[in-house]
Write a protein that binds this ligand. Structure first.
Ligand code: PRP
Ligand code: URA
Length: 213
């Protein structure tokens, strides 16, 4: 798996505000949105395009357009939903599939409670959106879903990742036969005993949408 930590002063600035426990929910949502747009620019460096010619008012110009079928973007509910608009701003014609996953906070296993993806993803390029890569249960399960349906190129976009999670996903995906790239705004110090990223930003879903029991 390729890991790309995007190093940019604007990303660091916005991420610092995002981490701050004093940042309120509306500001948190706006920052997530802006950060994802910045990350999308990096994450789509290898988005598939094909050559095309257009007629300008002056002459024919050689260019490119996105290849069909368009990429599939998969936000992992709940918190990944807060990343969708930021991605769609740059990829408005991408298709969107949904996965609902919830971490059991005792076992830290990911439980899938919703799935709305195309049945056949043969040869498709997919982007998974999830703000936190902690113990990796959610993102690993999402990648397995996509690979089982035929996706052959997967990029996961996160805001924060824990080194333990990155190591685990690398071993879980060894031999999967599909290139997987992780694009993240930061690689943090590690996980605490509750499976939270340190220093992290707390519970991303709760900070976006409020606490649900
Ligand atoms: C959070 C977060 C990730 C997951 C990361 O979701 O949004 O999806 O935990 O943890 P992991 O790497 O250990 O799987 P949560 O389960 O809290 O659900 P939510 O998005 O509905 O808040
Ligand atoms: N999920 C979150 O929302 N935050 C963490 O730090 C870990 C998992």
């Amino acid at each position: 798996m390729q890991v790309h930590v995007v190093d940019h002063p604007l990303i660091s600035h916005k991420l610092t505000m995002l981490r701050d426990e004093a940042t309120d929910s509306p500001t948190f949502r706006r920052l997530v949105d802006e950060l994802v747009t910045l990350l999308t620019y990096e994450a789509t460096r290898d988005v598939r395009v094909e050559p095309v010619e257009v007629q300008t008012p002056v002459a024919l110009a050689a260019g490119v357009h996105l290849t069909d079928p368009r990429p599939l973007v998969v936000p992992i509910l709940r918190a990944g939903l807060g990343m969708l608009e930021g991605m769609q701003r740059l990829l408005p014609t991408a298709e969107v599939g949904f996965l609902g996953m919830m971490r059991n906070e005792e076992t830290l296993e990911a439980v899938t409670y919703a799935e709305r993806l195309p049945d056949d993803l043969t040869g498709r390029q997919c982007y998974v959106l999830d703000p936190m890569l902690a113990t990796v249960g959610s993102i690993a399960a999402a990648i397995h879903f996509l690979v089982k349906r035929g996706a052959n190129d997967i990029t996961a976009i996160t805001l924060l990742a824990a080194p333990e999670g990155v190591a685990r996903i690398e071993s879980e995906l060894a031999g999967i036969g599909v290139p997987v790239t992780l694009v993240t705004a930061a690689l943090d110090e590690g996980l605490n005993e509750l499976g939270y990223i340190v220093p992290g930003l707390g519970d991303a879903g709760d900070r976006l949408y409020g606490v649900v029991d």
